[in-house]
Design a protein around this ligand. Sequence first.
Ligand code: ZN
Length: 169
Amino acid sequence: MTKTAFSDQNCYFCTVANGEADPWIFENRSFISIFDTNPVNPGHALVIPKRHVASLFDLNDHEHEDYFDALYAVKRVIESTDLKALYEEMPGREYLKGRPTDHIEAVLKLPFLGNKPDAYTIGNNDGRAAGRSIDHLHVILLPRYQGDVENPKGGIRNVISERAHYQRL
Ligand SMILES: [Zn+2]
């Protein structure tokens, strides 16, 4: 693993991008990827630039190219990983000792764990007002499964739930 040239020592995702935290599941020239240790659904992955850059809109030209390469490749990694084995192994990781593992236990109980994803939600809270808590870009690649929520219609529109509903005539 190579140390990144532009990192902030107080930033968790710089630590990850330096190979000092979560194990990488993918690396290209500009991005690395990890499985989120607070998974919302089986296979929940993060695609993170090596450079400490806050916004998707601040990526440079070669990062733009590498962004889609990373998304496509991480999708393939998600679909070829034994996710049951992943979540059985994850709570035993040294750096997670003493941290809550309820998200991991919850996905281990999901009836669709082990199924191929039926769809994806691809998301990025690009700024604090959008819910960002670490100012280093991390694109969420979230596998979706038939029946994972009661009514998926609207998808990411539901982040502002009172304005999520719409009707197309
Ligand atoms: Zn950073």
